[in-house]
Design a protein around this ligand. Structure first.
Ligand code: GLU
Length: 309
């Protein structure tokens, strides 16, 4: 049986969709459908503290409003803790992870002392005996040991990527001390369990990919093909997000927004259509991933003129 393309869109329900998330959703949809593939939606709702109430259902109804219909049922990461636990247990059994009692402050202070990036963990707790317990009863985080080797892969849009994990990232967290699963572990487990073989997502996740490839190798999971679409930025060059006050998508302007997104994705000018679904279908028929340029796109002008606040 030929290997069916399976792609996905994996929003975090921390806010409504904005133009940047629409771009990612459309790119992953067009790539999947133009390969006669499946397109799944996974809600990455692992951190209730960052979630916005009602965002998950608004995201889904927004996708439907743009005729971005998904296959199968939506998967919610909040219901899949057992799968992440299984993966962690396997890494524990192979001594590839260790408990870490360091607070964020300790990690940062230590890193500053060594003159390295504050996000690179120095590995202090990896030296503790495995049966060591914190006297205060503090719960540990679990970190995976980073290898001292370069992880390389070819991104279909951004080209050759290399990262020396131990120097550039350090041992990274899979289960946080507050009991929440880290994105890096959950995404790897779910992509594998859902049979995802093509990941098309935003360029902000490019630097996470080597960590995910490394975890796939430890867990003996297949590595999907990756394509990271360019970020859309405001006039200060910042990624549109909740933090940079990205305007909410105006559903009365769906066609203009979709045309705008097509333009960012280097599709040719689409003809007049009666319905948004026809426009999307036209996009599927004309989609060429190779045409998408890797550079960030400054969108302030067109974007704001298309939207109401
Ligand atoms: N949930 C992530 C986000 O909304 C995307 C994760 C992924 O596509 O791997 O940024």
């Amino acid at each position: 049986m030929p290997n069916t393309y399976i792609g996905r869109f994996a929003p975090s329900p921390t806010g409504w969709l904005h133009i940047g998330s629409l771009l990612t959703a459309v790119a992953s949809y067009l790539d999947a459908r133009s390969h006669q593939g499946k397109w799944l939606v996974r809600m990455e709702d692992l951190d209730p503290l960052r979630e916005q109430r009602g965002a998950a259902s608004v995201i889904l109804s927004t996708l439907e409003a743009f005729a971005l219909y998904w296959d199968d049922t939506v998967v919610y990461q909040s219901q899949r803790h057992h799968l992440y636990q299984q993966a962690l247990s396997r890494l524990q059994a192979n001594n590839q992870v260790y408990r870490c009692y360091c607070s964020r402050k300790t990690v940062q202070a230590e890193a500053r002392g060594e003159g390295i990036d504050a996000m690179v963990y120095g590995g202090r707790c990896s030296l503790l005996p495995s049966d060591w317990q914190s006297e205060s009863g503090k719960k540990p985080a679990w970190r995976v040991r980073s290898p001292s080797k370069k992880i390389t892969f070819i991104d279909a849009i951004q080209g050759l990527q290399e990262q020396q994990l131990d120097e550039e990232v350090g041992d990274f967290v899979l289960l946080r001390a507050d009991g929440f699963w880290a994105y890096q572990l959950a995404v790897v487990v779910d992509d594998a369990v859902q049979g995802i073989n093509h990941v098309v997502r935003g360029e902000d996740l490019l630097s996470s990919t080597p960590r995910q490839i490394y975890l796939q190798s430890l867990l003996n999971l297949p590595q999907p093909c990756y394509a990271h679409v360019p970020l859309l930025t405001n006039k200060l060059g910042q990624k549109w997000s909740k933090q940079t006050c990205a305007p909410v998508l105006n559903l009365n302007q769906r066609e203009q927004l979709m045309r705008q997104v097509f333009n960012y994705l280097q599709l040719p000018q689409a003809p007049a259509v009666d319905h948004i679904a026809d426009l999307l279908q036209w996009g599927v028929e004309h989609w060429q991933l190779e045409r998408v340029a890797p550079e960030p796109i400054n969108t302030e002008t067109e974007y704001l003129s298309n939207l109401s606040h």
